[in-house]
Every structure is written in C-alpha cells, then in structure tokens.
Design a protein around this ligand. Structure first.
Ligand code: OAD
Length: 250
C-alpha cells in the first residue's frame, strides 16, 4: 500500500467513492489549524508544559480544585475564540456523501458541531459543559459565581468540567457506538491523533481487524500501527479538502 503520499494515495479516492460505511476518529490535531494546542506535539503540546497528573485526574482536582478549574477556564476561553477550519468542514462534506457516516472525536471543543457535522460522538466529554464532582450529573445554566470552582446548585459540592480525566471511564454509550462503527467501517480514518490514549486508540485496531481500510492522517513520522494502512503525513486542513475535491468534484 502507498505510504507517505502527500494528498490522496492511489486507490483511496476510489475507495472513498465506493464506501458505504465510513468512520472517522479525530484528535487534537484536527483543531490545531483553528489555533488550539494539541497535547503531544513537540514544543507546542499542552503536555510539554503541564503534567497531566497535576491537571487532568480526579486526584488532581481533589488536591487543588482551584488550579484545575482555572486551567480548564483558560482552555475553555481558547476554545470559545476558535472557529472550525477547512478540515472540520471537509468532514461535513464527507458526511453528506456517505450513507453510514460516524464521526467520533476525542476533542472537547465542539468545533465539529460548529462546522455543521450532524452527529458527533464525544468520547472525552465537552469542555463547555460542567458537572457536579460528587453527583456526576451535568449542571445546565448555572449562575455565575465568584467562587472558584463554583458550587453545585443542588448539593453544594464542587463543579468540574464535563471532560474525561485520566483514570476515568469513557461515556459508556458513546464508546459502544464508537466500537460498533469501527467494526462495521469500510474505511476508518484516524485524523490528528497520536494514537497514544486508550481506549480511543484501540478503535483503529478494531477497524483493521474487522477489515476496514485504515487511513491515518497526522504529522507524525511513523504511525504506531502496523501496515496494511495508509499513512498520510500532512495537515488535515489541506489534505481533507483535497481528498473531498478528488472524490466528489463540483
Ligand atoms: P495528541 O496531541 O496526542 O496528538 C496530536 C496529533 O495530531 C499528532 O499525531 C500530530 O502529528 C497531529 N497533528 C498536529 N497538527 C496536525 C494537523 N494540522 N493536521 C493533522 N494532524 C495534526 O492529541 P490526541 O491524540 O487527540 O485526553 O490526544 C488524545 C488524548 O490525550 C486527548 O483527548 C486528551 C489527551 O490527554 C484527555 O485529556 C483524556
């Protein structure tokens, strides 16, 4: 199979045109061109500057809820200032052409929804939502408060972002739907993800085992997974629109 071919490797355009079931898993890299930092890119990744165990675990929140809340408030502001890019928009076009299309994201930024994707499966939650740390229940329309973190209007406990932290379970239904979509995919794309965080990373392996053509699109030199797969080394905001134009010319 072709590897490292810049835009559309031989055969991929035809495979996309013929596909009935396409499943896409996205990660932080698809939002990089919207100005949001990834986690593991050298120099710019969040985990180059911060330690996940200080900020993204329940233990970290128990130890220092204020620090964790403020870090997520900073990230939420970045997200609120960001807009979808050409990569997010290309996935909307693919959704319109494929009869069974599933978009699974590890991102918490809502940029797929803002771009117009109809159905987005969020594996790691959403940074715009807040939930009660004790009750694990989403709190809608909470009042602004000077307390950091704010308190749950029902039980008075601390509020936290509704994102999945290290050591926590993924939302069960979302993960179940994601596995089903990986099992049944004709083509499985992993876009802008380093494939290092389980169980999301396992979806590409599941898809491959069940016979999908697996396409990895990121800036990494080598993908973690073994062939047979396509590895496209390029920016999602350039590669995906090129793929869409090649598959469905205006
Ligand atoms: P990573 O930061 O681990 O990986 C980002 C990937 O995007 C890398 O493979 C880059 O090469 C690629 N990339 C960067 N810019 C790109 C671009 N313009 N176009 C295409 N690819 C690009 O991010 P994730 O794999 O999403 O979880 O990280 C997975 C999880 O780890 C996150 O959801 C988060 C984090 O800890 C939690 O917080 C639970």
């Amino acid at each position: 199979m072709d590897k490292h071919n810049a835009f559309a490797p031989a055969g991929l355009v035809e495979a996309l045109q013929a596909a009935e079931r396409v499943t896409v898993l996205t990660g932080a890299g698809i939002s990089a061109e919207s100005g949001l930092p990834t986690f593991r890119d050298p120099m710019t990744g969040l985990w180059e500057k911060y330690r996940p165990e200080d900020l993204a675990t329940p233990q970290a929140f128990r130890r220092n809820p204020r620090l964790v809340w403020e870090w997520y408030t900073w990230r939420r502001k970045l997200v609120e200032q960001a807009a979808p890019n050409a990569g997010h928009r290309a996935l909307v076009t693919i959704e319109q052409h494929i009869s069974e299309f599933t978009l699974i994201t590890q991102n918490v930024d809502s940029l797929h929804q803002q771009a117009g994707s109809q159905r987005v499966i969020e594996l790691h939650g959403n940074i715009r939502r807040t939930k009660c740390f004790d009750e694990n229940v989403v709190v809608e329309n909470r009042e602004e408060s000077a307390e950091v973190p704010p308190r749950c209007p029902r039980c008075g406990g601390l509020l936290r972002p509704d994102v999945v932290w290290f050591g926590e379970q993924l939302p069960e239904q979302a993960f179940h739907t994601a596995v089903e979509a990986a099992v049944h995919a004709d083509i499985f794309f992993a876009i802008g993800t380093s494939g290092t965080v389980e169980p999301a990373a396992s979806l590409a392996r599941v898809a491959q085992r069940f016979g999908a053509t697996v396409v990895i699109l990121n800036l990494d030199v080598e993908p973690l997974e073994a062939p047979p797969l396509y590895h496209i080394n390029g920016r999602a905001g350039i590669v995906l629109p090129a793929l869409v134009r090649a598959a469905w010319p205006e």
